[in-house]
Write a protein of this length. Structure first.
Length: 404
């Protein structure tokens, strides 16, 4: 169990055993810290427009943009273990510093070669550290019995930042160019650091500062571990199929307006997490994961039959609803499976597995689309997730007794 520092300058929860409020000051500060971090990174979604002025090959742009995610995936598990031992704030601030140091040199970029590639790789190190540590810090500052709800709300902050960042970047570039974009991105990193410094950190007792206890992995059959690990991988893969190809699929069936799909998808996911993000806290992780996954599977079959704008928007709403349900339940399942003492490691593993699925799923489903078309691609995505869900429900143990 984690304890709060007695010497902290911030007052603790009310005395007498009162249940702390979910929306407490420290949780909100750390949540805004995560939002500002994600917003800063999402401003760089339009970096390809900056690189395009140098007339690079498409593969160069893809490498520059992708290297940040590759590095982040590689470092997350390592720093996840450090978070469990040393706490999240110090690692989050170190990651923010690395990200901040990578931004000013973008003013010197004159091509799509080694310099932007190096800066994005350095940024990937900072992003992998700060994102994982900030999520762990936020979840520590929410009531322990509301872990799934806290993970859902943290995800909402990322969704909102992910939606607003590119819109803001367009306006910043139009008014002040890319140089101002780099400077404003740095400003939001500093705002994130200020929020995290203002929030109280939850630290472990001396007995809990040893090596994270992953003995549970040695007691579980390897097939079960693979099935559990496969669930976020398949979830990420089908999410990539949905997000990366829906625009070109829509155009292929004569639907010109794709933006509303993304809008209703994000709104449905956000509203679901606010309204039902704590369902797995109340009814159990697997009890929520099953219907959420089935909703996503059914929606993929629905997308494979889309022929009208109305049905496309309906699919976006249903898909967002399923996504809003599964993320807090599945991510918290991984935390419970490894034990709350290994929360940082669990969060980093979940995010890395999900990103691996996104990275593998995009080329695989693109190949399927080349061979059989988009409708078969979405139908196959639904079948694969259905098979992964069936294996998960049969092999994965309940985690309610592991949550401590």
């Amino acid at each position: 169990m984690s304890v709060r520092k007695e010497e902290s300058p911030h007052p603790g929860p009310a005395a007498g055993g009162a249940v702390p409020s979910f929306w407490n000051r420290d949780f909100l500060l750390s949540l805004f810290g995560y939002f500002f971090l994600y917003f800063s990174v999402s401003l760089f979604f339009l970096l390809p427009l900056f690189l395009d002025q140098f007339h690079p090959r498409h593969s160069q742009v893809g490498l520059v943009m992708g290297i940040q995610s590759i590095v982040a995936i590689a470092v997350r598990p390592f720093f996840g273990r450090l978070i469990d031992v040393r706490g999240g704030r110090g690692i989050a601030l170190a990651g923010l510093l690395i990200l901040a140091l990578s931004l000013p040199p973008f003013h010197l970029v004159r091509d799509a070669g080694w310099l932007p590639l190096l800066l994005r790789a350095v940024g990937g190190l900072g992003w992998g550290m700060s994102m994982t540590a900030t999520i762990a810090m936020c979840s520590d500052l929410a009531p322990a019995e509301k872990l799934a709800k806290s993970m859902g709300i943290i995800g909402v902050a990322g969704l909102v930042a992910n939606a607003l960042g590119p819109l803001a970047a367009e306006e910043i570039i139009r008014r002040g160019g890319f140089g101002r974009l780099f400077d404003i991105s740095l400003f939001f990193l500093l705002a994130s650091a200020a929020c995290l410094l203002g929030a109280r950190e939850v630290v472990r007792t001396e007995a809990e500062r040893g090596r994270p206890d992953t003995r549970v992995l040695r007691m579980i059959p390897i097939l079960t571990i693979l099935v559990i690990s496969g669930m976020p991988v398949f979830h990420g893969a089908v999410r990539g199929a949905m997000i990366y190809f829906i625009a070109v699929f829509g155009r292929s069936v004569g639907i010109q307006r794709i933006g509303p799909f993304f809008l209703v998808f994000s709104l449905a996911a956000i509203l679901t997490r606010f309204g039902m993000g704590d369902l797995s806290d109340r009814f159990g992780r697997k009890t929520v994961i099953l219907p959420a996954a089935l909703i996503i599977c059914g929606n993929l079959f629905l997308v494979s039959q889309v022929r009208s704008f109305t049905l496309l928007v309906a699919a976006g709403c249903i898909g967002g609803f399923g996504q809003g349900l599964i993320f807090p339940a599945l991510s918290t399942y991984i935390i419970d499976f490894l034990g709350r003492g290994n929360k940082g490691l669990a969060i980093s593993l979940y995010l890395s597995l999900f990103d691996v699925g996104m990275g593998i799923g995009a080329p695989f489903f693109g190949w399927v689309a080349d061979m059989e078309g988009y409708r078969w691609m979405y139908a196959l995505a639904g079948l694969l997730l259905l098979a992964a869900t069936a294996a998960f429900m049969v092999r994965a143990p309940k985690t309610e007794t592991r949550a401590g």
